[in-house]
Ligand binder design. Structure first.
Ligand SMILES: [Zn+2]
Ligand SMILES: [Zn+2]
Length: 198
């Protein structure tokens, strides 16, 4: 039996109503999360293994056309929300629910989060890599107008990097390539200063 995922924020107090009793959340694992005002861990700061290693997980189907899945062998603990939105290009609303379900210990094979109709689950846009997680680049290189929360169609992506963040042409090409391929710029070897500032 599948259960439909309702995040803890959306639930009324009686959360046991939506939990399949055979699959109790394994929230006994203590994790050191930073918490928000409600005492819950901030979704963006939650680190865990990526669940998206096979179809069937949280209702994931072939027809969702995810650009890629993770493999069990490469899997490691990472900032899940960023990984899901950058690497798997999952829409932020769905990524948010996925992270909360993992945080709350929902069984991935018994819980449906991916919409089962034809709703698009991926974001066609690329997130600007100089978001609040890119402190390494933003601080070290003093990139203008960061952190940046833009999400961009890839046709405008390089233009955005060049005009908003003063990234050099060569590096804008490297960044686009990395974002399309792996969803992060953390391993890119930049060959010159990132920005050209007059
Ligand atoms: Zn993954
Ligand atoms: Zn930007």
């Amino acid at each position: 039996m599948f259960i439909e995922f309702i995040s803890r924020d959306e639930q009324s107090q009686n959360s046991s109503e939506i939990i399949n009793t055979e699959h109790q959340p394994c929230s006994s694992k203590k994790k050191n999360f930073k918490v928000n005002k409600k005492g819950e861990p901030n979704v963006v700061l939650i680190r865990d293994y990526c669940p998206l290693t096979k179809f069937g997980i949280f209702g994931l189907k072939h027809s969702h056309n995810l650009p890629r899945l993770c493999t069990k062998s490469n899997n490691r603990r990472r900032y899940l929300y960023l990984h899901l939105t950058h690497f798997h290009r999952i829409k932020s609303s769905i990524a948010n629910k996925l992270v909360k379900a993992i945080r709350d210990g929902y069984d991935p094979m018994e819980t449906i989060i991916f919409p089962q109709d034809n709703t698009q689950v991926t974001d066609e846009n690329l997130p600007c890599p100089f978001d609040s997680s890119a402190t390494k680049f933003n601080q070290k290189n003093s990139i203008p107008n960061t952190p940046c929360t833009s999400s961009l169609n890839y046709h405008y992506f390089k233009n955005h990097l060049r005009t908003v963040h003063s990234i050099t042409k060569l590096n804008a090409n490297l960044i686009l390539k990395a974002m399309r391929k792996v969803g992060t710029i953390s391993h890119v070897q930049f060959e010159e200063d990132l920005c050209e500032i007059d």
